[in-house]
Structures are given as C-alpha cells and as structure tokens.
Design a protein around this ligand. Structure first.
Ligand SMILES: C[S@@+](CC[C@H](N)C(=O)[O-])C[C@H]1O[C@@H](n2cnc3c(N)ncnc32)[C@H](O)[C@@H]1O
Length: 529
C-alpha cells in the first residue's frame, strides 16, 4: 500500500476500471501528486501546530497523503467529504492504513455542514455545469443567503465548493484550491470574481496550461488559488502562469522566483476576462477611439441540425434517395472543407464531386414523394427524438440563416481563422457567420482584411476562452463584444488603399499575404493612436 500512496497509482487504477460517464457525472478527475504536494505546502505554512483540515471532495485523498508526508511534527485532523460510496469505502481503508486522524462524511458537501470552521481547506472540487447540480435552486439559495451575496444561478458546481469553503475558513486559515479557469472568463464568473475581490483573502492565482492535461480526460486549463484569511484584507493579487509540471516542484522557490504580475485588488475589473491579468494585457488600457465589433454587425452561430448524419447529404446520397435540389440547400459542414482564406462556388463543386456532404435537407420545402419518403426514413431512424429535433415543429424544420460572406472557425490552435465566402453555401456550426449591419455593409471588404491583422488579433485575444492543450475558443458574443478600430476615422485615401489591399490579399499566395497585412497593420495601428 505505502508504495502506492505517494504517486497517482490509486487514482489511475480507478480511472481505468470505472466508466468515463460515471466519473463525469461526479466530476471525478484527479490531481497529479506533484500538484497536490505544492498545494499542501501552502496549507502547512500555517503557524499552528495542531490544525483542522477540510477536504470537501476527497476522492482517494491525494491531498491528505501529501499533507501527511510533509507535515513534520504538526498534528492534523481531517474532515473528508466524499459522495461516491465506492470511493468513500476505499478512502476509509487508505486513512486507516496511514493512521490519519480523520472523519469521513459520505454525503453531498453542498447540502450539509456550515457550522464548523477549519485552519486549512484544500480541494480539487468536482466540475460540471449548473444543469446537473442536484437541487440546484436550493444550493444556490442557501449560498446566496449565507454569504449575503447574489451569485448567478448558472454557476458551475466547482465555484459553489469554493465559495462555501471560503466561508468555512477560520481566522488565520489557509485555502488551496485547484479549479478549471473557466470562471475567470465566463459570464457567471463575474460574480465569483466580484466576490473574491470583496472577501480579500486570495493572494496568488496560478494559471496552469500544461502541454499535457492536468486532469486526465477533462479538456481544461486550471487555476490554483492560494488564499489566507487574515484580520486585514489583502489589497493585491499575484498572477502567475506555468506551462510545465516541474515549475511546481517547490512552493517556496516558486513564490520567491517565478515571474508574476501583481495587481491591486481595486484595479481588478471583475467584468473583464481575467486571463488578461496573467498575460499582462490587464495593464494595457484601450484607447478611447475603439468601438465594439457589434457596430459593424453580428457574429452568429451556424445552423445546428441536431443530426448532421441525416440532414446533410453527399451527391451520391442525393441520387440514391432521388431528392430534388429544390429542397436541398448547399452547405459547408466541416472546417477542413474550407482550408484557405476564401471559399467560392468552384470549391463547392469540387467538394460535391468528391462526394463530400454538401447539401442540407430542408424538409419543410420537400413537397414530392421522394422528400416525404426521406422524412419517413428520418422518423424510422429516430431522428425526431434527438435533443434538438424533438423541440422543433415540425421536427425536420431548419434554423433560418442566410448565406454569410464571412465565416470564422470557432475552435483552433492557431487563433481565429476567417474565410471570405462567395459561394451559395450556408454554414453549419463548424463556423460562426458574420452578418453586417447597414454600416457594416459599407466596410465588409476592409473588415475582412482587418480581421486578419495583428491589431485585430490582439483585441480579440482579450475575449478568448481557453481550454486545455492550447485550444482557444470564441463564442459569437465574445467576438461581438470585442473592441476594434473605428473605420469612421479612416481618411478616404487610406480607405481606398485598404480596399485594394483586401482584393490583393484574396488573390495572393500565402507568402505575399503577410506583406499585405504588414501594410494594412500600419494604417490600422494609426487608428489606435
Ligand atoms: C475532482 S475529484 C478530486 C478528488 C481528489 N481530491 C483529487 O484531487 O484527486 C472530486 C471528488 O469529489 C467527489 N464529489 C463529487 N460531488 C461531491 C459532492 N457533492 N460532495 C462531496 N463529494 C463530491 C467525487 O466523487 C470525486 O471523488
């Protein structure tokens, strides 16, 4: 047993033998031992010789194992919450083997126990969306009442663990949490950030973006939160970024040597994405001349069919079912089908001839017997019971979205990818579409060029959501909210130059494009001065 305790063997064995579905339903993703040790060091900096410790989501007790290894002469007594019976039973065995002074509570942490206070609280809480929280309304009401603070009901479960734990910290107590970074950038997170500012106990926020995932199967970047409850509130927070597990070898060295950005709490704006404070963008104030992208139009999500396999068809499938082009809409279904910066009718024909799925079945206009038969086929396959289709009337109705001239790839490693579309294709959810306002219609060409510029990249980056493995994601509203240069400030001549550059840009080979963008950037940067 002892040789398994100071690494992740117990967790790995469990992950292999239990279903991913079960683990997801209880947010069972485990902390690497080295990270647990790093966090345990923070807790043990408490001067008390005898400490009470809370772990509200214990799993196999990785933190308790690390604390026990490092505790020296300190005496620790643990309150350990674990809702999963199988895990709790193993935990009993582990704590006995290690001779821990512990009390295991086999209940839901969010529904019980508000009275006891702790000198140390350490956790990797479960992560899942608010829809899946058991008695979500009750949990939400209780936390708001106990904290005298109005959070968002859409808060992810891990934030409830954090907020409740903060309220169970004794004076002088220390808290170490590892959580997904989502709350720093998500809408519900504004309230959480506001609350963290107000309680004034957080000292260090460490953003982890390892090349390998910290939580085996959960695609997410994480934040370590280190907090300390003194009689005076802290008036600053340190922001750190780490990309490699070895950087977390020793807390002492880390806090002394690792580069950081320090912000006064009063300077932190809970309404902006806090990722900007880690990369230093929080310092950069935007010039007053910028305007929101939404002035020029709106990015919207592409068409969600709810069953692409059924609703999209290749040329041979169209022939097989004898469907008429009268009720087939040309469409783009995958980002790899539009590889370059432009997509036209010719490229559509190529996809069609190579038998890719390029037609969307519009059942509402299908007024011949073949169309009716295809609808029957869908019913026979149970397509009408799918999550999206069962709420539509009729189930085969399509979302109405016009063809857009600008598409953007929503999920990518190399940043946003914009495509100039002159085909008749509508886009499915693989792309967001841009629909210009009346003002935007006048600038659509140079807007497309702008979207590729360095200036745009920097401004968009402020709104990016980050996932693990370097994946960035933008929801349509992140793009709409992003700031951009104000084209009204362009002199006529610069306006004409940009239009010409845009035409060249579309016709040039990759090598020449960067030269064109450099020229465009010079003009665009002037608008920011
Ligand atoms: C993310 S895992 C972390 C486990 C361990 N502390 C670690 O870091 O490796 C969260 C654990 O909390 C448990 N859990 C989930 N919901 C819970 C709840 N409402 N109350 C108590 N425990 C819960 C899960 O079964 C899981 O073992």
């Amino acid at each position: 047993m002892r040789n398994k305790v100071y690494k992740n063997t117990l967790e790995n064995e469990y992950s292999k033998s239990s279903s991913l579905e079960h683990r997801r339903s209880l947010g069972q993703f485990f902390t690497p031992y080295q990270v647990a040790k790093f966090m345990a060091e923070w807790i043990l900096r408490h001067p008390k010789k005898q400490m009470t410790i809370l772990d509200p989501a214990t799993g196999f007790g990785i933190f308790e194992r690390a604390l026990t290894k490092l505790k020296g002469k300190k005496k620790l007594s643990f309150d350990l919450w674990e809702i999963d019976n199988d895990i709790a039973n193993k935990l009993k065995f582990i704590t006995k083997e290690l001779d821990l002074d512990s009390y295991i509570i086999q209940k839901d942490f969010l529904k019980n126990g508000w009275n006891k206070k702790f000198d140390g609280i350490i956790a990797n809480p479960p992560y899942f969306k608010h829809h899946f929280i058991n008695q979500k309304e009750k949990v939400y009401q209780e936390i708001c009442l106990r904290t005298y603070f109005k959070f968002s009901i859409q808060t992810n479960v891990y934030c409830w663990f954090l907020i409740k734990s903060i309220n169970l910290l004794a004076d002088g107590g220390r808290l170490a949490f590892i959580v997904p970074s989502e709350f720093l950038n998500a809408n519900y997170g504004e309230k959480i950030k506001d609350y963290l500012k107000q309680v004034g106990i957080v000292l260090h926020l460490i953003s982890i973006d390892f090349k390998k995932n910290v939580f085996d199967n959960a695609l997410t970047t994480s934040i370590i939160i280190l907090a300390e409850k003194n009689n005076k509130k802290h008036n600053y927070i340190n922001f750190y970024s780490v990309h490699n597990l070895t950087e977390l070898k020793s807390l002492k060295t880390f806090l002394e040597k690792h580069s950081k950005k320090t912000y006064k709490i009063t300077e932190l704006d809970f309404k902006i994405k806090w990722r900007n404070y880690f990369n230093g963008n929080g310092d950069k104030k935007l010039p007053s001349s910028v305007v929101p992208v939404s002035v020029l139009g709106k990015f919207s999500r592409g068409i969600a069919t709810g069953a692409n396999d059924y609703f999209t068809l290749s040329k041979s499938e169209v022939a097989e079912y004898k469907l008429s082009t009268k009720y087939l809409v040309p469409c783009i279904t995958k980002t790899i089908h539009a590889k370059d910066i432009s997509f036209d009718q010719e490229k559509f024909e190529e996809l069609k001839e190579s038998n890719k799925k390029v037609y969307l079945f519009n059942g509402e206009s299908a007024n011949d017997s073949y169309g009716a038969r295809y609808i029957d086929k869908g019913k026979h396959q149970g397509v009408h019971h799918r999550y999206l289709t069962r709420n539509r009337k009729p189930w085969y109705a399509l979302e109405k979205r016009p063809v857009a001239q600008i598409w953007v790839n929503v999920f990518g490693r190399s940043g946003l990818k914009f495509i100039w579309n002159t085909s008749h294709c509508v886009n499915l959810t693989c792309f967001h579409a841009f629909y210009p306002s009346d003002i935007g219609k006048n600038y659509l060409d140079i807007f497309f060029l702008y979207l590729h510029s360095k200036v745009a990249k920097e401004l968009f980056d402020r709104e990016k959501r980050e996932y693990g493995n370097g994946l960035g994601k933008f929801e349509p509203n992140d793009l709409n909210k992003s700031m951009m240069v104000d084209f009204h400030l362009l002199e006529n001549q610069d306006r004409s130059i940009l239009s010409k550059l845009q035409r060249d840009f579309l016709q040039s080979h990759k090598e020449r494009r960067s030269m064109i963008l450099e020229k465009a950037d010079k003009i665009l940067e002037n608008l920011l001065k």
